[in-house]
Design a binder for this molecule. Sequence first.
Ligand code: FEO
Length: 171
Amino acid sequence: MMISKETVSALNAQVGHEFGASMQYVAISSYFSQEGLPELAHHFQLQADEERAHAMKIVQYIVDADGSLQIPSIPSPRAGFKSAEEAVQLSLDWELKVTQQINDLMDLAIKQNEHLTRNFLEWFVTEQLEEVSSMDMLLRMIRRAGESGLMFVESHLARKIHGGTAETAAS
Ligand code: FEO
């Protein structure tokens, strides 16, 4: 095996966190669908797909390094939110927690002089900057718009995702 047992165990835990994030974003997407906000629902569906891809990236690394894949049990995601702001705040908190988890993994790789794992984790370190900053921006927009102005956020996301307006995207 090319990486330590300690690393494999920590990476397995991270696979669980990433799948957990994916499930949480599916739950948030369905909340936005129920609230009649299809672009926010679509946005969180894309986030869920990204988290699954993160999990699979780590799975592939464990397999390539001849480690034993042991996916931990994943807690049920939270369902039901008081507001869009609460759902997106939860997402930002989650991303900040994942950033700390990735930093801890990197610390472990450095402590063990495991250059292969350090190199692998670099991508995740950079990715977290984008994940946190885009979630933070979405939260700021939602706060500025307020619950009654969420269609402005919908229009913004529609332009970003489809290159059109919410109206044309919905038709
Ligand atoms: Fe996989 Fe959004 O962290």
